[in-house]
Design a protein around this ligand. Structure first.
Ligand code: CP
Ligand code: NVA
Length: 308
């Protein structure tokens, strides 16, 4: 097994905080956890959780992962701590570093996460920002690897908003050399800096395609992936986005363009009849709950690399 060096005692703010070897190492480790082939004891280490936005999967999978690793979590509810009263991030980060061995943060501005990381002396993990959701991407590629055994010739098509989830898929896909296609309505493409960085990583630039045509993007795809059209914090733009995203629903017609053995992924929570129809969501192609389970295994692997 390759020993991760970039990651030990470091931050995981972006998919790009990992090298290609480290992503493969985490996927291998995650599989070992999943198949109960290894046992790592973190010896009572403590992970602090700060969630400025709602969460089911990320919060619970971190809690269960730490429990299984012989550690524990502390949920620092921003509304009942001094965080919401405006205690500066730099003070909160320095205090929490004295109690916790790592901190996982879900917040809005990615720059706030970077501010935590700047002042924390312990590893900071991105549990989702407006820019990236790198823990999600690890679980996504674990699910794809479980299905297709390797990434050779796999085409991953994401249909929908060029959001945090899409950005992390692009970056992690670039590290793994996977063909990634993103189809979004005009004006909702992924972050341009993320696209630029991904093109710098890919050996073959043709492997990343950004388009406004969902049918073309779905043609020959092995994985069709979607996420909500309006992310947390975008509640005021919901009506406008619902109109702009007409034609970007993963429905039976769209699925027909993909490969016969194509699977459907969704990071959840899902809004049926918006980004995906109930028929497709409930179809045999659904690997969405394996994907949700894989959050646990991938994060257990990530935490072992950061904290062991
Ligand atoms: N996919 C995901 O991050 O889910 P939660 O918002 O429930 O954590
Ligand atoms: N893009 C979504 C992901 C939720 C897990 C959001 O940020 O709300």
């Amino acid at each position: 097994m390759i020993k991760p060096n970039k990651l030990a005692n470091n931050n995981f703010l972006s998919s790009l905080d990992l090298s290609t070897d480290e992503v493969f190492h985490i996927l291998e480790l995650a599989n070992n956890f999943k198949n109960k082939k290894i046992n790592i004891d973190l010896n009572n280490k403590v992970l602090g959780l700060i969630f400025d936005k709602s969460s089911t999967r990320t919060r619970v999978s971190f809690q269960v992962a730490m429990t299984r690793l012989g550690g524990t979590t502390i949920d620092l509810n921003p509304t009942t701590s001094q965080i919401k009263r405006g205690e500066p991030i730099k003070d909160t980060a320095r205090v929490l570093s004295r109690y916790c061995d790592a901190i996982a943060i879900r917040t809005f501005d990615h720059s706030d996460l970077e501010e935590y990381a700047k002042w924390s002396t312990k590893p900071v993990i991105n549990a989702l920002t407006d820019l990236e959701h790198p823990c999600q991407a690890l679980a996504d590629f674990l699910t794809i690897q479980d299905e297709f055994h390797d990434f050779k010739d796999v085409i991953l098509t994401f249909i929908g908003d060029g959001n945090n989830v899409a950005n992390s898929l692009i970056l992690c896909g670039a590290l793994l050399g996977v063909e990634v296609r993103i189809a979004s309505p005009k004006g909702y493409e992924p972050n341009s800096l993320v696209i630029k960085k991904a093109y710098e990583i890919y050996n073959n630039k043709d492997l990343l395609k950004i388009t406004n045509d969902p049918i073309a993007a779905a043609k020959g795809a092995n994985v069709l992936y979607t996420d909500v059209w309006s992310s947390m914090g975008e509640e005021n733009h919901k009506e406008e986005k619902d109109k702009d995203f007409i034609g970007f629903t993963i429905d039976h017609n769209l699925v027909r363009n993909a490969e016969k053995d194509a699977i459907i992924l969704h990071c959840l929570p899902a809004y049926r009849s918006k980004e995906i129809t109930d028929e497709v969501f409930e179809s045999k192609k659904n690997r969405i709950f394996d994907q949700a389970e894989n959050r646990l295994h991938a994060q257990q692997a990530l935490l072992s690399c950061l904290l062991n």
